[in-house]
Design a protein around this ligand. Structure first.
Ligand code: GLU
Length: 471
């Protein structure tokens, strides 16, 4: 069996955000690089907060083309891949821990725990469970069970011990367990906590490497006490630096570009999002990279660790711009269509024509939705003011002469004759061609810069061009 097994383990409790995507990506790259297995596990133990994982996770991973080899839908030999369906597995491991006397029942109520906690905080002590329930005698316990006092199971931590494990970013990390609290592994209703379910899944799914956010570092220490109790070999970890916004604060819902859905709706390409998330936090000679190139470029044995990584949407736009510029035109047409359709009626527009239109502005598209403004001239005839004309051609008599020349040739039967004749007149009258072109373009598109005149004619046709410039 392959020894490299990594997993992406999202909780379907909120939107898929850019931090999740980065975690998924790094796991994917790690598997790719090490010819390992990339697994999706849905951590849906918090039933009240679950939103539909079909929409929030599977669709997004498919869109990103981060395909997993084991997980929901595709299956695998370590399923089920939804935590909500793994209760029996957890129960079995709880029994093992009971037999090993590594766990104990805690009868403390939430109120009691809260009071103790506040007292410790007031005394400036780290809030840790005081192990009251480890002191209960067998008779005390029997009495409480008899009276059906609610309880939950806690992991017993031996505070004289330490935990050491390997982290790809930090090297070997050592933690004194005296700083850790006996933590809950079940709830009073018999359900299992994240700490326990997540760890038992990693054990039973034989996960070899755990790549997840640095915010899980404390959980890791607790979870390794479970692994140690169950005599399971520790996986290797990589605690990933947390993504921050440009001001250095932890990325939040309020930050632009936080939600993957928003990025998709604005017209970021999946390749560009992954490319950008792959290069931040590292230094790469070449910055525009495919997934395969990223996997090659990563050296997981030598990951230097930044404490935080800045997520900068502007830089991601730059990456997106590069990806759009290199997208084959027939693909770009398909990508742009839904955006255009939101603003204009494109039902009659053939793909060939769209290819000319989009091709002519391709290098100006930063995010796909830009195509709507860039091609607005095609769908809506621009209204040009005298101020716009003056801004493009400083001398009013020049612009008036150009307008007259164009009108004079309006009867030509085809565009080439019309345009050449007008151009010739302009030259004869000493008009700079730069001004002549700027005027023609302005009248057609509303901007003196941009598309070549021949392209505009291809898109709009001679009649429409005439309408716009010979009024
Ligand atoms: N469900 C956890 C989360 O979304 C998974 C953490 C892990 O990867 O272990 O944060």
């Amino acid at each position: 069996m392959n020894t490299c097994r990594v997993r992406f383990a999202p909780s379907p409790t909120g939107i898929m955000h850019i931090g999740n995507v980065r975690t998924a990506l790094l796991n994917y790259l790690f598997a790719l690089k090490n010819k390992g297995t990339f697994i999706l596990r849905v951590e849906d133990t918090d039933q009240d907060r679950n939103i539909d994982p079909q929409v929030s996770i599977f669709n997004h991973l498919t869109w990103l083309d981060l395909n997993y080899q084991e997980g929901p839908i595709v299956g695998g030999s370590f399923g089920p891949y939804f935590q909500s369906q793994r209760h029996e597995i957890y129960q079995k491991h709880l029994v093992q821990l009971q037999e090993l006397q590594s766990v104990y029942r805690c009868f403390c109520t939430q109120e009691q725990l809260e009071i103790k906690r506040n007292r410790q905080i007031a005394l400036k002590n780290p809030p840790r469970y005081d192990k009251t329930c480890t002191k209960l005698s067998a008779t005390d316990i029997a009495a409480k069970l008899e009276s059906q006092t609610p309880f939950f199971w806690r992991m017993k931590i031996d505070e004289t011990q330490t935990i050491s494990f390997k982290d790809l970013g930090h090297g070997t990390l050592n933690f004194d367990l005296k700083n850790f609290s006996d933590f809950a592994i079940t709830r009073t209703d018999g359900s299992f906590t994240f700490m326990f379910a997540n760890c038992i899944d990693d054990i039973t799914m034989q996960i070899s490497h755990i790549l997840r956010g640095e915010d899980h570092l404390t959980n890791t220490v607790g979870q390794l006490t479970i692994m140690r109790a169950l005599n399971h070999q520790f996986p290797t970890f990589w605690h990933l630096p947390i993504l921050c916004n440009v001001t250095g604060k932890k990325l939040s819902k309020r930050d632009q570009g936080f939600s993957l859905e928003d990025l998709k709706n604005e017209g970021f390409l999946p390749q560009a999002i992954l490319n950008y998330l792959g290069i931040i936090g590292g230094s790469f000679e070449k910055e525009i990279l495919t997934i395969e190139e990223l996997a090659q470029a990563y050296n997981f044995d030598n990951m230097h660790t930044a404490s935080q990584i800045k997520y900068d949407v502007e830089k991601m736009k730059w990456v997106n711009h590069k990806w759009i510029a290199q997208t084959p035109i027939h693909e770009l047409v398909q990508l742009c269509k839904p955006f255009l359709a939101q603003h204009y009626d494109i039902t009659e527009l053939l793909d060939e024509k769209l290819a000319i239109l989009i091709g002519s502005v391709q290098t100006d598209i930063v995010i796909l939705q830009d195509v709507c403004t860039l091609l607005a001239f095609y769908f809506v005839k621009p209204t040009i003011t005298q101020d716009q004309i003056d801004a493009a051609i400083a001398d009013q008599s020049t612009s008036q002469s150009i307008a007259k020349i164009l009108k004079d040739h309006a009867d030509e039967s085809n565009f080439t004759d019309f345009f050449n004749a007008a151009k010739k007149d302009a030259v004869t009258q000493g008009i700079a061609l730069k001004d002549f072109f700027a005027y023609v373009r302005l009248m057609i598109t509303g901007s003196p810069k941009g598309l070549g005149i021949a392209e505009l004619e291809k898109c709009l046709g001679f009649e429409e061009i005439k309408q716009r410039i010979c009024k």
